[in-house]
Design a binder for this molecule. Sequence first.
Ligand SMILES: [Zn+2]
Length: 167
Amino acid sequence: MIERLRPRFDAEEYGRLDYGPDSYSLMAIRSRDWRDDLPVVLVTGGVHGYETSGVHGALQFVDQHAADYVGRVNLLVAPVRDHALLHIDLHETTDTDETEFRPALAARDGKPFEPGGIPDGFYLVDDSENPQPAFQQALIEAVEQITHIAPADDKGELFGSPVGKGN
Ligand SMILES: [Zn+2]
């Protein structure tokens, strides 16, 4: 996929990740028209390695929509964190979170495993240190045009946090 984007974007290996006997490239994709006077928009996916939808979503966004932002922002897509005006970090709650990840986490921490739910649909998690409810609400309204938004559980929560106006 990244090879397909190379004619239109700068794609470079900025590091390598060694995992057991395997070695993987860490790739970053940058808009070609990078200008220091434009704000930076950072899209990350795959921070949690088994959540593959964020990686595919980020690549699809670059392929299909990045051209819409030429001359307006510098776009950086990578599995990293950096200083940016806007940082979209793509995660997912896989079905195996409930059957594998959370039980393993509870076992590691010596805590009882308390079954929870897997949200059915799209949801957002705001930055508790820099909440942006109006922005979150605008995103929810845009996304609900194309897919369903995860409803709150019977306690009005997702992951034990209250669902705000914008989730
Ligand atoms: Zn995640």
